[in-house]
Ligand binder design. Structure first.
Ligand code: AMP
Length: 409
């Protein structure tokens, strides 16, 4: 990690603007999963203990885009879903102290509230994305955010791949700009896996679309990951490109040449690319009762593959044995629809077992993280990344604008 962190600078009595990721699911005014709030606590507690005046800012959903969509479709739009007030209340519980809440994130009233903060006080600003200029990185908005602060801290790894006002633009107007402790942890784990992994290094990729994951796959092959396991609907593009019948399984036809190219590159680099040998299929999405497990080559034109099969689970498990670094992103099947979560859950367990046996494991992406959490295996994984897209872009070797904007050590 070559970026300065909040521990490298003096923050006592300073107005410290911390960009956090409080993008939590809220249903009927209640937070249904507060993992992200808990993730931000170490940085917030550190800032309070050091006597900083803590200003917290986050996005929550996509209020403007959702509002526009609702207006176009004539469907209801619920503004309460995009308000951070419930987060302030939850945060106050965790911190055991009052957390102020500002009704906006910029403007004279917010500036007055910030001016009223004493050392160790905490103020949460309203959803940044209620302003279109947040995502547009509008200069005026950046200046307004910067006017609230003496110091900028980015602890929101999950949005660091976006050059938004609160992740990038603001740093042009307030310095120093440093990483928070969660951001530091993400960069340490992912940076080590990318640049100096203990071997054998095994990557597992899944999910619906190959196209989203091409840059990561290529980067992992270039870095000579030892084994690359591919599950989920992604695998069908590889199968079809190799002349298999895949029935009505999800395929990206235009990606077939790329899939063959990837196979060639893996071979040339000595990377073992492992695809499923069997899968769980149904003969229609509705009803899903026709489920059976068959070898991949027995698939006929009427079938839909929705999860990896039992033999594949065993093969993937064996591939993980003895691994020293594991990176996993993306589900092995249609995870949301039971029982097609079985493959993903089995892989979660296999990754946890390999971690017990000495591997450093990193899991990222909504569905894979959900599988780990639902199986109660979260404390068995070395690092659960808070980023989906950001994790993939980092592993693809891209520079994340929100990280590049921070001061070097
Ligand atoms: P991604 O956003 O590309 O990581 O893909 C995640 C989605 O892939 C999830 O919603 C899964 O339901 C879906 N998925 C994974 N495997 C399959 C499959 N075999 N058939 C249909 N959907 C799948």
């Amino acid at each position: 990690m070559n970026k300065k962190t909040i521990k490298d600078i003096d923050i006592k009595g300073k107005r410290v603007f911390i960009r956090v990721d409080f993008n939590v699911p809220i249903k009927n005014g209640a937070i249904t999963d507060d993992t992200r709030i808990r993730g931000a606590l170490p940085t917030i507690r550190y800032a309070i203990d050091e006597g900083a005046r803590v200003i917290l800012a986050s996005h929550l959903g996509r209020p403007l885009k959702d509002k526009k969509k609702a207006e176009e479709k004539g469907t209801p739009y619920d503004p309460a879903k995009y308000r951070l007030k419930p987060v302030a209340e939850k945060l106050a519980e965790y911190l055991g102290k009052a957390v102020g809440f500002a009704d906006d994130c910029v403007g004279a009233e917010v500036e007055a509230e910030v001016a009223g903060l004493a050392d160790g006080d905490v103020l949460l600003l309203e959803n940044l994305r209620l302003h279109a200029d947040e995502e547009k990185n509008g200069e005026d908005f950046c200046r307004q955010l910067a006017a609230l602060a003496d110091v900028y801290v980015n602890d929101a790894f999950g949005t660091a791949h976006r050059a938004h006002a609160s992740t990038e633009g603001i740093t042009k107007f307030v310095q120093p700009a440093v990483a928070g402790l969660l951001m530091e942890k993400e960069l340490n784990f992912l940076g080590k896996a990318l640049n100096d992994p203990e071997r054998p290094f095994v990557a597992i990729l899944g999910g619906a679309k190959v196209s989203d994951k091409i840059p990561v796959i290529e980067s992992l092959i270039e870095r000579k990951v030892d084994k690359l396991l591919i599950g989920g609907a992604m695998a069908y593009t590889f199968f079809k490109a190799n002349g298999y019948t895949v029935g009505k399984s999800l395929v990206e036809d235009e990606m077939m040449p790329k899939a063959l190219e990837i196979e060639e590159k893996a071979k040339a680099a000595g990377v073992e690319l492992i695809l499923p040998t069997d899968h769980q299929v149904v003969d229609s999405y509705d009803p899903l009762h026709s489920r059976k497990t068959i070898p991949v080559e027995f698939t006929n034109t009427g079938l839909i593959g929705l999860d990896i099969g039992t033999e594949t689970i065993e093969i993937f498990k064996r591939a993980l044995e003895g691994a020293k670094t594991i990176v996993w992103n993306g589900p092995m099947g249609m995870f949301e629809e039971k029982p097609f979560d079985e493959g993903t859950v089995a892989i979660a367990r296999a990754v946890a077992d390999a971690t017990d046996a000495g591997a450093v494991s990193i899991v990222g992406g909504g569905d894979s993280v959900a599988a780990v959490n639902q199986s109660g295996l979260d404390d068995k994984i070395s690092h659960i990344s808070t980023g989906g897209g950001a994790t993939l872009e980092f592993l693809a070797g891209d520079v994340l604008p929100g990280v590049a904007a921070l001061n070097d050590k």
